[in-house]
Design a protein around this ligand. Sequence first.
Ligand code: FVH
Length: 293
Amino acid sequence: MTDIGIDKPHLTLLGLGAMGTALARAWLAAGHPLTVWNRTPGRAEPLAAEGAKVAGTAAEAVAASDLVVVCLLDDASVRETLDGADLTGKNVVNLTTGTPAEARARAEWAEQRGARYLDGGIMAVPPMIGSPESGGFVFYSGSQAVFGDHQRTLAVPAGTRYVGEDPGFAALHDVALLSAMTGMFAGVTHAFALVRKEDVAPGDLAPLLAEWLTAMTGYAYGLAGHLESGDYAKGVTSNLAMMVQGNSTLLGTATAQGVSAELLAPFTTLMERRLADGHGDEGLAGLVDMLTR
Ligand code: FVH
């Protein structure tokens, strides 16, 4: 069954951790009839008071709806939870974070049991769920038919981005963005360490960091352009030779401030290797190749 032409389709949600509970509240607030199940039953009680139907077992919960959303700790818990359920004819949407390989294997596993499978990667934290203005969204990949049939329901908790039929692609995109975020967190951590013992209030540095990092995000487009054209020096305004020279200022200042350079060092070392190979006129695209090989 699709959600086209149905006002508020019924759905099932397995998993009522921090994220599952936020998802449940968003669907309940939007008026969707919702059946929930959680391994620890007490976590379902507040949602029952808010209108959710609580199933006694995962198999009962799966039987209650055509659309079954899963948001559990990890892939192993998904397998354990769905193992005893009849998935024939079900549309399984798995929002549990995992690797691309896990998503591909879980898709095959679900399809062998008669289900259609859509994988999801949530780019939001629980408070962002149900708040469109927060900018949170979910990557989806796998069955395009499931995505098309249920897009309106799936769009209730957060924005939707379908990234392809390969069930591993949602996880791949999820991990790519989270990896970029990790690099940003490392940079911000180092920046606060640099000023830690000085007369600079963290609260004063924070808006400056946010403004600067926001201004730099366009760099992703330039890097993509170089990777797609194969000409890594085209239109470069800040080349590798200049950046490596600048790195000595970053590293020297860290030493002078008594701050470990352990977060910066791996990246600066990679840049130095690329420069030593004679690519000083390029931007950073060559580092992507170095990492990939
Ligand atoms: N919370 C976040 O900020 C992030 C945002 C991005 C996406 N992640 C992923 O979402 C999945 C669920 O995360 P969560 O925040 O809900 O996680 P927890 O609060 O720790 O709840 C875990 C639920 O999983 C159940 N569970 C664990 N092991 C099993 C098992 N073997 N069998 C059945 N259920 C299991 C657990 O049940 P219980 O402990 O209450 O009985 C919770 O319902 C996750 O992939 C994040 O990476 C969240």
